[in-house]
Design a protein around this ligand. Structure first.
Ligand SMILES: NC(=O)N[C@@H](CC(=O)O)C(=O)O
Ligand SMILES: [Zn+2]
Ligand SMILES: [Zn+2]
Length: 438
C-alpha cells in the first residue's frame, strides 16, 4: 500500500505540521514524519489545508436495495468519499426494508465491496416501517453488520407504546433509537412549513408543533426507561429549546441538524421548485438562527446530511406530487464551513466534533472520529477552506440531481480522503475504482 506524506497541513486548523500515513495508520507527526517516510511515499503539499478526522454521516439514504435508479451503494458511497466522509449510516427505508439480519448484512457487504467508505446499516424499528410490530432488533445487532442505530426514518414511530418498547429493547446492546419526529395526524397532506409563506402559496402546512410534540414526548419516554434517544433532522427553534431542556435534566438525548436547515428557509418554496421540498420542511429564518445557535452551544450534537436522492420522475413534477428530500453528501462540509466557520461561530476542531467524533460516538462506530494522533487509523480528510466552487448536480457522483444548491458558489473543497490509509479521493477526484479494494 502507498504511503502518504502530507507536508505543512493544519490538523484541526491548528499549527501546520507534517503527517505520515503508513500501514493504514497515522505513523508519524512533525519532524519524525519526513525522517521516517519511505522514498516511494507520495508527498502531498498540504500548505493552507486543514486535516480532519474522516467525516461520519449518521443519516444517509443509499436507496439500495430497491431504488437503484435513484442511487446505489456504489454511487452513494463514492459521493460520500468525495464529500470527505469515511463512514456513513445507511437508512432503513429501502425495499425490502432493512428490518432483518439478512438485509442489513447484504447492505453492509455491498458497502465493503464498493470500498469507498464504511457502510453501517441502520436497522428498522418496526417491521416494514409500519409502526406496529418491533423488527428483529437483537438479530440485527448480533449480525455481521453490528447494527446500533435503529430508525423508521421517513416515518415516525408514532405509537408511544411501540416507541417505549424499542427504547427498552435497544438498551441490551447499547443501541439508540433515531426518531423521525413527525406527528402524523398533524401533518396529513402537508407540503411545506406551516406559516406565512404556506398561506400565501396555498400549500398545506406542516406545523412546527408536529415535530416538537414528538420530541417532547420522546425525551420524556427516554428519561422514563433510562435509554438513549437520537433526534433526526431537528428543524425548529422550539425543538432546540426542548432538547436543551432535556439535556439540562440529564436525559440521554442527542440531536442532529442537516446542512439545508442551517441555511435555507421556506422562502425557497415561492418558486414552486420541488427541489426545495423536504421532510421536515425548510422553516423560517428564526428557526435557522436557532438551529445555528443550538449547534454552536452543543445542544445539537451533530450535522447529518439526510442525503435523500430521488429520480427526475419523482422530483421534476408539480410540487404536490414530488417526493420529499434533497441530496447532501457532496455539499455538507461546505455548508458547515460557510455558515459556522467562516462566520466565526465554530472552529475546525468544532467541525471535527459535529461531523466526525460525535456521530461516530452516537453510532458506536470504532475507528472513526478519532484524534489526529500517532497510531490512530488513517481515516482522514484534507480540506482546502480557501477554495470556491459552483455546484453542478450533473457533475456530482450521486446518481440524482436534486441538490438545492444548484448554481450556488460554495466555500471550501475536499482535496483528499483516506480510508484506513488508502486514498479514495485525491486532487478532489475519486481514485479510480479499480484501485479501490475492500
Ligand atoms: N428527508 C426527506 O425528505 N426524505 C427522506 C426521508 C426522511 O429523511 O424522512 C427520503 O427517504 O427521501
Ligand atoms: Zn426523516
Ligand atoms: Zn432521512
Amino acid at each position: 500500500m502507498t504511503d502518504y506524506l502530507l507536508t505543512d497541513v493544519s490538523p484541526l486548523g491548528e499549527a501546520a505540521t507534517d503527517v505520515l500515513l503508513a500501514d493504514g495508520r497515522i505513523a508519524a507527526l512533525g519532524a519524525d514524519a519526513r525522517a521516517r517516510a519511505n522514498d516511494d511515499a507520495v508527498t502531498i503539499d498540504g500548505a493552507g489545508l486543514v486535516l480532519l478526522p474522516g467525516l461520519v454521516d449518521l443519516h444517509t439514504h443509499l436507496r439500495e436495495p430497491g431504488r437503484e435508479d435513484a442511487e446505489t451503494i456504489r454511487t452513494g458511497t463514492r459521493a460520500a468519499a468525495l464529500g470527505g466522509f469515511t463512514a456513513v449510516h445507511a437508512m432503513a427505508n429501502t425495499s425490502p426494508t432493512q428490518d432483518t439480519a439478512g438485509v442489513v448484512e447484504q447492505v453492509w457487504r455491498l458497502g465493503r465491496e464498493a470500498g469507498w467508505v464504511d457502510v453501517h446499516p441502520v436497522g428498522a424499528v418496526t417491521v416494514g416501517l409500519e409502526g406496529e410490530r418491533l423488527a428483529e432488533l437483537g438479530a440485527m445487532a448480533d449480525s455481521q453488520a453490528q447494527v446500533r442505530v435503529f430508525s423508521d426514518d421517513g416515518r415516525c414511530v408514532h405509537d408511544p407504546v411501540v416507541m417505549r418498547r424499542a427504547l427498552e429493547y435497544v438498551k441490551a446492546f447499547d443501541g439508540v433509537v433515531a426518531q423521525h419526529a413527525q406527528e402524523p395526524r398533524l401533518t396529513e397532506g402537508a407540503q411545506m412549513h406551516e406559516g406565512v409563506v404556506s398561506a400565501e402559496l396555498g400549500l398545506a402546512g406542516w406545523p412546527a408543533v408536529a415535530e416538537e410534540a414528538i420530541i417532547a414526548r420522546d425525551v420524556l419516554l427516554a428519561e422514563h426507561v433510562g435509554s438513549r434517544l437520537h433526534v433526526c433532522h431537528l428543524s425548529t427553534a422550539g425543538s432546540v429549546e426542548i432538547v436543551r431542556w432535556a439535556k439540562s435534566r440529564g436525559i440521554d438525548v442527542t440531536a442532529e441538524a442537516t446542512p439545508h436547515h442551517l441555511v435555507l428557509t421556506d422562502e425557497e418554496a415561492r418558486g414552486y421548485d420541488p427541489v426545495f421540498k423536504v421532510n421536515p420542511p425548510l422553516r423560517t429564518q428564526a428557526d435557522v438562527d436557532a438551529v445555528r445557535a443550538g449547534l454552536e452551544d452543543g445542544t445539537i450534537d451533530i450535522v447529518a446530511t439526510d442525503h435523500a436522492p430521488h429520480t427526475r420522475e419523482d422530483k421534476d413534477c408539480e410540487w404536490a406530487a414530488a417526493a420529499f428530500g434533497m441530496t447532501g453528501l457532496e455539499t455538507a462540509l461546505s455548508v458547515v464551513q460557510e455558515t459556522m466557520v467562516d462566520t466565526g461561530r465554530m472552529t475546525w476542531a468544532d467541525v471535527a466534533r459535529v461531523l466526525s467524533t460525535n456521530p461516530a460516538r452516537i453510532g458506536r462506530v470504532a475507528d472513526h472520529g478519532r484524534p489526529v494522533a500517532v497510531g490512530e487509523p488513517a481515516n482522514l480528510v484534507l480540506v482546502d477552506p480557501a477554495a470556491r466552487r459552483t455546484v453542478v448536480p450533473e457533475e456530482q457522483a450521486t446518481k440524482s440531481t436534486n441538490s438545492p444548491f444548484r448554481g450556488r458558489e460554495l466555500h471550501g473543497r475536499v482535496v483528499a480522503t483516506f480510508l484506513r490509509g488508502r486514498a479514495t479521493v485525491l486532487d478532489g477526484a475519486p481514485v479510480d475504482e479499480s484501485q479501490v479494494v475492500a
